[in-house]
Write a protein that binds this ligand. Structure first.
Ligand SMILES: Nc1ncnc2c1ncn2[C@@H]1O[C@H](COP(=O)(O)OP(=O)(O)OP(=O)(O)O)[C@@H](O)[C@H]1O
Ligand SMILES: [Mg+2]
Length: 351
């Protein structure tokens, strides 16, 4: 299936563009801040990428980093930003820069945490220079505490002509919920900060996605409604489901989906060749299975899950096969998809 281009979000795009225009025009020295939150897979990263792509005038510089779920290390965001960048002319201590960039040859940490934080801020200021720049921090919820602190500092530093765009799942889903909550509150509290909480797609937007996938043909209302219901309008769940059944037509897909809840008789009959799998809506998962599930959603291998949770690979395989059985899934991807579909509580707004 071809990648789906973004539907909806016009208001959000326009607001981000206005924030950028103000930064670009004013040549102000303090950063402007935009904070985007929303559930897993709701489309934060795609929106940020689309917005930055469309910014006019073009930013002089875009510094972008995201959490690297497989091995979070201190200042992971900055390390991602520094990857492949020439920092020799910044005039900062090269051993500290090597350490911040997580270079394998870096000397062991010799700086106090406060000094490292100041050096990290200074590094970003020097990279941005006269700007105007865009700083993108994706997945704040999954970042290491040092990076989260750094992002908070950057938002309030005096000399940084940039738009700081931060995307995060709600604090409850974060590696460190309290730290993430405080950081989001600090960022949102910056004067004039743009604050967006992304909700799921509406049925009309689900229909737009279908029109793209099925090459311009208008999708039936029943298919739109069924897909919207079964994915909760979550674009990740929607695009994964469509990709999994890309080779079949819309009619076959409709037969696979649970029909309207009422009345049961109107459900499309399942043929033996095309079974509707009845998945229990709320199978009882153990706390450990829920943790493993979280790792699968993050795309980890069994080895990585074992390392992350401090258990053996063999134990992980047992948990994974229990998860497959309990959720009625046939693959790790399907379990991850199931998790997204079933974890759609509307998160509490950040205070
Ligand atoms: N508005 C949209 N229109 C069409 N597809 C979308 C839209 N938003 C997201 N998608 C698709 O849904 C998937 C998930 O989007 P994205 O990665 O941006 O979510 P996210 O909110 O950043 O998730 P996470 O919390 O896991 O980082 C992607 O495949 C993306 O292309
Ligand atoms: Mg994302």
């Amino acid at each position: 299936m071809m990648p789906v281009s973004m539907v909806g979000r016009a208001g959000e795009l326009a607001e981000l563009d206005r924030a950028w225009s103000a930064v670009a025009a004013a040549r102000r020295s303090a950063p402007a801040v935009a904070v985007l939150t929303g559930a897993a897979g709701v489309g934060k990263s795609l929106l940020v990428a689309a917005a930055v792509d469309a910014f006019a005038p073009r930013p002089a510089l875009v510094l972008s980093g995201a959490a690297r779920v497989h091995g979070p290390a201190p200042y992971d965001w900055l390390a991602a930003v520094l990857t492949g960048r020439d920092t020799s002319r910044l005039g900062l201590p090269s051993d500290a820069l090597a350490w911040l960039a997580q270079q394998p040859t870096a000397p062991r940490e010799r700086y106090a945490p406060g000094t490292l934080l100041r050096l990290a801020v200074r590094t970003v200021q020097l990279l941005v220079g006269a700007g105007p720049a865009v700083l993108v921090v994706d997945d704040l919820h999954a970042l290491d505490p040092a990076s989260v602190n750094l992002v908070g500092e950057l938002a309030t530093v005096a000399d940084l002509p940039a738009l700081l765009v931060v995307a995060s799942r709600p604090p409850a889903d974060a590696v460190a919920p309290d730290l993430t909550r405080r950081a989001l509150a600090r960022l949102s509290g910056v004067r004039g900060a743009v604050r967006q909480h992304l909700g799921p797609l509406r049925p009309a937007e689900v229909a737009e996605v279908l029109t793209q996938v099925y090459a311009g043909s208008t999708p039936s209302g029943r298919l739109v409604t069924s897909l919207w219901r079964c994915t909760g309008g979550n674009p990740y769940a929607l695009t994964e489901l469509l990709a999994a059944h890309a080779s079949e037509g819309p009619e076959a897909l409709l037969r696979r989906l649970p029909g309207p809840r009422q009345p049961t008789a109107s459900r499309a009959p399942a043929s033996s060749a095309d079974p509707v799998v009845d998945v229990p809506l709320d199978p009882e998962l153990t706390a450990r299975e829920v943790e493993v599930l979280g790792c699968l959603v993050a795309g980890m291998s069994n080895k990585q899950v074992a390392k992350a949770l401090g258990i053996s690979v063999r134990t992980v395989t047992v948990h994974v096969s229990n998860l497959l059985r309990k959720t009625g899934s046939v693959s790790r991807t399907e379990v991850a998809l199931w998790a997204v579909r079933h974890r759609l509580p509307v998160p509490a707004p950040v205070d």
